[in-house]
Design a protein. Structure first.
Length: 508
């Protein structure tokens, strides 16, 4: 077994850190903009068919409250470990390198898929606005979805533009993210106010409250089941923690405000669509974009402009936010040498994790050629990976939180003495398990389709193979080296878990 020289070992534990340029409003915008994407503006009619107006709004509000439960654990761990990597770093602290690898493995796929999906949503927007232009250059069909050359080029252009934006610096991408979020919120507010102020709109259009013949509780649960997907994005905040130019203790407040804003935005869009005309008649139609038909039917061309603006901003913030998250996650995995170390390199001028940005962009450039229907299979199962990360985060926080009367231990983390927060972290873990059940148990309201199950199994097998492939190399790194490279220094004594050096089963 090869060993590093002292110089190589020293170099391996002193990675270059990212610049602290992220302002509070930018981080809030990353959380909100990543959570609210194309779905808030494309899917309201689909959600209404499932839960009805009251069922959908209650489902999103309950889902947001459950996400805040999970966010308590995020806030504590971000304050204690403000480094790139987020959930990967938390899994490392709580459960060791094997768990950290697989947490990072699932998140990498989830983040990259959402980048690809937002890029395809850009083309979908143009496909609905100017179909005669976009639907040219027919290539083939995949899973019933026609693939056009112009549509592919639009998606690829969006990927390249936002990839370059992220390479050029966190400050630039953060500033643009905030501006786009503000524009999106203004557009949604104008749509909502415009609809409710319209003389032809009546509250009777939003009746019945639930779909006819559907149990109200089942309708609400069906919407709550998609909460992991609907609110994916607030968990991008810890990925950028190393770049905060403010105290990390403020991260929880930013996450909570972002979740609340997302819940209100979802509710406002659903309410606006449901009020435009009798909603059961609206959802029974065959329109490819029922939300647009509903809004333009009341507000005319101005409504279409507002809706298109909101979609464009939602897609842009999603693209940008998940580029940030995925590249920082890959940076952390590269530092730990769970993947090739080249991912830990920073751009010589802009000091950004450009290798990760290029890698995610290159992978996603392939996705438009497979069609949006096939991509949705993979994205659906990516919610599993994000929920697994939620679970690791809450369990790690549960291990680190201590009751107020617990004996003092060396290196005790600031703010870790809180019986209430220990209970909340336990509830967050239970919530994550429930979400996993809703996704994985056949017959549940949010169960994955067969294609998504196959994609999930394939990704797990690929992860195990890669884990075994990196096994030999991992033996050259000690646990202390990995801690310093990922966490920026030795972990506090109170966070050490009972384990021996993992030489027998080397970790990647």
């Amino acid at each position: 077994m090869s060993q590093r020289t002292p110089r190589e070992a020293a170099a391996s534990v002193t990675p270059e850190r990212l610049n602290r340029t992220m302002k509070q409003r930018w981080v809030w915008a990353i959380a909100l903009g990543s959570a609210v994407g194309w779905g808030a503006f494309i899917l309201p009619t689909d959600w209404l068919a499932t839960g009805g107006p009251v069922g959908v709004i209650l489902g999103f509000l309950i889902g947001g409250a459950l996400m805040i439960l999970i966010a308590v654990s995020y806030g504590f761990l971000i304050r204690s470990f403000p480094v790139s990597g987020g959930e990967l770093a938390f899994a490392l602290v709580g459960f060791g390198r094997t768990h950290a690898f697989f947490c990072g493995w699932f998140l990498t796929l989830g983040y990259a898929c959402i980048v690809a999906l937002n890029a395809s949503a850009t083309a979908l927007l143009f496909r609905n606005l100017i179909p005669e232009v976009v639907q040219q250059g027919y290539l083939y069909s995949v899973a019933g979805w026609d693939v056009y050359l112009v549509e592919v080029l639009i998606s690829m252009t969006a990927l390249v533009v936002f990839g370059l934006l992220n390479i050029r610096g966190a400050a630039l991408s953060g500033r643009i993210q905030f501006i786009a979020c503000v524009i999106m919120l203004i557009a949604v507010a104008c749509i909502f106010v415009g609809v409710i102020m319209n003389e032809g709109v009546t509250i009777e259009n939003a009746t019945p409250a639930f779909p006819t013949g559907v149990n109200p509780m089942a309708a609400i649960i069906a919407i709550v089941a998609i909460a992991p997907w609907a609110y994916i994005g607030f968990d991008n905040v810890p990925q950028a923690a190393e770049e905060f130019d403010f105290p990390p203790a403020r991260a929880l407040r930013l996450i909570v405000f972002a979740i609340l804003a997302a819940a209100l935005l979802y509710s406002a869009m659903v309410a606006a669509v449901a009020l435009t005309e009798p909603w059961e008649r609206l959802v029974s139609g065959q329109s490819s974009w029922g939300s647009a038909d509903a809004i333009t039917g009341v507000l005319g061309g101005g409504g279409m402009i507002l809706l298109a603006t909101a979609v464009a901003m939602g897609v842009s913030t999603g693209l940008n936010g998940f580029y940030v998250a995925s590249s920082r996650l890959l940076l952390s995995m590269g530092r730990a040498e769970m993947i090739p170390r080249t991912f830990s390199r920073l751009h010589s001028r802009f000091k950004t994790p450009y290798v990760g940005v290029i890698f995610v962009g290159a992978i996603c450039l392939v996705s438009p050629w497979f069609g949006r229907a096939a991509l949705l299979w993979i994205v659906d199962m990516s919610a599993v990976g994000v929920t697994v990360a939620y679970l690791y985060t809450c369990l790690c926080a549960f291990k680190l939180f201590r009751s107020r009367n617990a004996p003092v231990v060396p290196g005790e983390l600031e703010g870790s003495r809180s019986t209430a927060k220990k209970v909340l972290s336990a509830l967050g873990a239970v919530t994550a398990v429930v979400f996993l059940g809703l996704l994985l148990i056949p017959g549940s309201p949010g169960a994955l389709g067969p294609e998504s199950y196959v994609a999930l199994l394939a990704w797990i097998v690929l992860g195990v193979c890669f884990f075994l492939y990196r096994r030999g190399h991992s033996r050259t790194l000690s646990d202390e080296e990995v801690d310093i490279r990922v966490l920026g220094g030795p972990r506090p004594e109170s966070t050490r878990i009972a384990r021996t050096r993992e030489t027998a089963s080397a970790q990647p």
